[in-house]
Design a protein around this ligand. Structure first.
Ligand SMILES: Nc1ncnc2c1ncn2[C@@H]1O[C@H](COP(=O)(O)OP(=O)(O)OP(=O)(O)O)[C@@H](O)[C@H]1O
Length: 636
């Protein structure tokens, strides 16, 4: 059944009120579809019920007791047109214009305050009470024979007064009817939201290969997804409302309902299939309201386990990125991609320079993937991440017994493991001088000597090195070997900081947001995440470059995925650093004040690490830098 996009509002009213409703609806424009049932509530129930069943009504509006009656008879929300004090005053003033003698004919006694109004309004106000139409007629009959006053009352009273040729005034005002319309629209909005949520949940449950069922405190099934129904061999509709143990005694949730304790990872057999079960109490607002059962075929778990193990066994030395993953249309990015393409065709060493998080490793992997070495390993090592002695054994490997604690059978170094592939040496400027000498020898001789070995092993490796800082200073200070520098810097690629290619920020944000939302399984437009982000981030320096942008987007995506809405205020709260202006945050050493800046950066890194309770991954993520950059910073 396709339902109208506009809220469909039913109004149950008799003539005078119906007239008011028509007037109002004409003025309210295209906000809803109006279905007027012009009958007394008792007679309207059957029609309204049929319309609800046909999906033609989202909510119903009715006055007084009619609303109460419809509320018990219908499955949709009912908004009541209420008589306000203002309505009564307005109706009495109108009545007085016709005749100073007025009668208020209502089902309930008027409040004392309206008795008190009588002298002020200078009208004779005689409230009369009726319960049934018959009683109302009796009152009207008596009045028509005596003083013939103006009758103030509901739509039905106005209708009946007409039959006794008595003048009358409707007690409801346009404002009260409008208030009921607004209430009905709001009720519809909330009900539709709830329904959409329920439908989404149903779709999710239907798509799960895992079996899921939820029961109430009486163990009666409230929800069961097709996977579980088919595992136990019943129809889902049939199962709803029955006790779960009736479907399959081994699946009983009675124990969890009684104890309130979860039971995990138990194996049961149903219809010849071995199933792993999870039984969990269902808690709402601190109260247990039922329990949930999930089932997985043990064969499926074993298959997944085998696959995971196989994945883990695969070589870790694989490039994950290609140049196609490098987003950016700025002139600088286009040049970088063009050069990288060119360099992929050569086999010479490359030196990539750029601040932390600008994509040095991404480009190194991209060059490798396009090169003739693409089928070989891509081995990455961050020279700043290891103390000198460890760095040496990581790179060159060692023979058995080379040092105390060395592994039996020795261990190949990363240079060896990169044979026929690419060795990516990040933060090359941090490599100690003796190792630089050994590396130079490997590049010249095309062989590597493990620690403690006497025989070199031939290797065929292409080196791509990267540096976040200008190596010229290290060269001048004698901290980097000139001959190694020239050996590495045959081909050169410079990646500018993100702030220097502002137009890429939007492109990157879109791609990163789309990726992050897809990973979260959230079917939401990346645009809605990017708009408030880009508004707040204009002029921001992005000290952590693309990695920082990635972290911010990831943070926003998690929030956006959960709430399905994201505004500038949310971004301000979730990423306060964006508002802190371009001068704050980490920056690469690029000014004569580099030393002071270095100290400031270290102090900030230490402070953040303390705030994160020593968790380096968390601290690095907060700072928008890699763990290794953090390590380098802390090392001072
Ligand atoms: N142009 C780009 N397009 C898409 N993603 C990018 C781009 N540049 C960088 N990234 C992403 O940003 C993150 C950081 O990039 P990468 O690790 O290559 O930077 P790096 O310069 O090597 O950093 P560090 O020096 O701190 O190790 C990675 O997840 C990478 O995929």
């Amino acid at each position: 059944m396709s339902r109208s996009a506009l809220p469909q509002l039913g109004v149950v009213a008799t003539r005078a009120l119906a007239e008011l409703v028509r007037q109002l609806a004409a003025g309210l424009g295209q906000r809803f579809e109006l279905r007027l049932i012009e009958k007394p509530a008792e007679e309207a129930v059957a029609t309204a019920r049929e319309m609800v069943q046909a999906g033609l009504l989202d909510a119903v509006i009715a006055a007084g007791r009619g609303a109460e009656l419809l509320r018990t008879a219908l499955d949709v929300p009912v908004a009541q047109i209420k008589v306000s004090g203002y309505d009564i005053l307005r109706a009495l003033v109108a009545a007085r214009r016709l005749n100073p003698r007025a009668v208020l004919l209502t089902r309930r006694r008027l409040a004392d305050e309206f008795e008190a109004l009588k002298p002020i309004l200078n009208i004779e106000l005689t409230p009369l009470i009726y319960e049934t139409d018959q009683e109302a007629r009796r009152h009207l009959d008596t009045l028509s024979r005596a003083v013939r006053p103006v009758v103030v009352g509901s739509s039905q009273i106005v209708h009946l007064a007409g039959q006794y040729e008595l003048p009358s005034v409707l007690i409801y005002s346009l404002e009260s009817v409008q208030a009921a319309f607004e209430a009905a629209l709001e009720l519809t909005r909330v009900a539709r939201l709830e329904e959409a949520k329920r439908e989404r949940l149903d779709r999710i449950l239907e798509s799960l290969s895992e079996g899921v069922a939820a029961v109430d405190m009486d163990e009666r099934v409230q929800t069961i997804n097709p996977a579980l129904a088919s595992l136990v061999g019943v129809a889902g509709d049939w199962a709803v409302g029955r006790r779960l143990s009736e479907l399959a005694p081994v699946l009983s949730l009675a124990g969890v309902l009684k104890s309130g304790e979860a039971r995990r990872d138990e194996v049961v057999t149903v219809a010849g299939k071995r199933l792993v079960t999870q039984r969990l109490p269902l808690i709402e607002a601190g109260q247990q309201v039922g329990a949930v059962l999930t089932l997985q075929e043990s064969a499926a778990i074993e298959r997944a386990d085998r696959k995971l193990r196989a994945e883990a066994r695969k070589s870790p030395f694989r490039a994950r990125y290609s140049l196609r993953d490098a987003v950016g249309d700025s002139a600088a990015m286009r040049v970088a991609k063009e050069l990288a393409n060119l360099y992929a065709g050569s086999d010479s060493s490359v030196l990539i320079s750029g601040a932390s998080g600008t994509g040095k490793e991404l480009f190194a992997q991209g060059i490798h993937q396009l090169s003739k070495r693409a089928g070989g390993p891509f081995v990455a090592l961050n020279c700043a991440a290891f103390p000198d002695s460890l760095l040496e054994s990581e790179l060159f490997g060692y023979e058995e017994g080379a040092f105390t604690g060395s592994r039996r059978g020795g261990k190949p170094g990363l240079i060896e493991l990169a044979d026929r592939g690419t060795l990516f040496l990040d933060e090359i400027g941090d490599m100690p001088l003796p190792l630089q000498t050994r590396l130079l020898r490997v590049l010249q001789e095309r062989e590597v000597l493990r620690l403690g070995a006497s025989e070199p092993i031939p290797v065929e490796v292409r080196v791509i090195a990267a540096t976040h800082a200008d190596l010229q200073a290290a060269l001048a200070a004698g901290r980097f070997r000139t001959d190694l520098y020239y050996r590495l810097n045959i081909l050169n690629l410079q990646l500018p900081p993100l702030a220097a290619r502002g137009e890429d920020v939007a492109l990157l944000a879109h791609r990163l947001a789309a990726d992050a939302l897809a990973r979260l399984g959230a079917d939401l437009p990346a645009e809605q995440l990017c708009q408030p982000l880009l508004r707040l981030a204009s002029g921001y320096a992005w000290p952590g470059n693309v990695r920082e942008l990635q972290n911010v987007v990831e943070r926003l995506a998690v929030f956006f995925g959960a709430t399905r809405a994201l505004g500038v205020e949310d971004v301000r709260r979730l990423a306060p650093e964006l508002a802190s202006g371009p001068k704050q945050g980490l920056r690469e050493a690029e000014t004569p004040l580099a030393v002071t800046a270095d100290i400031a950066r270290r102090q900030r890194a230490e402070a953040v690490l303390r705030e994160c309770g020593g968790d380096r991954s968390l601290a690095a993520a907060r700072l928008g830098i890699s763990r290794t950059t953090l390590w380098r910073l802390l090392r001072g």
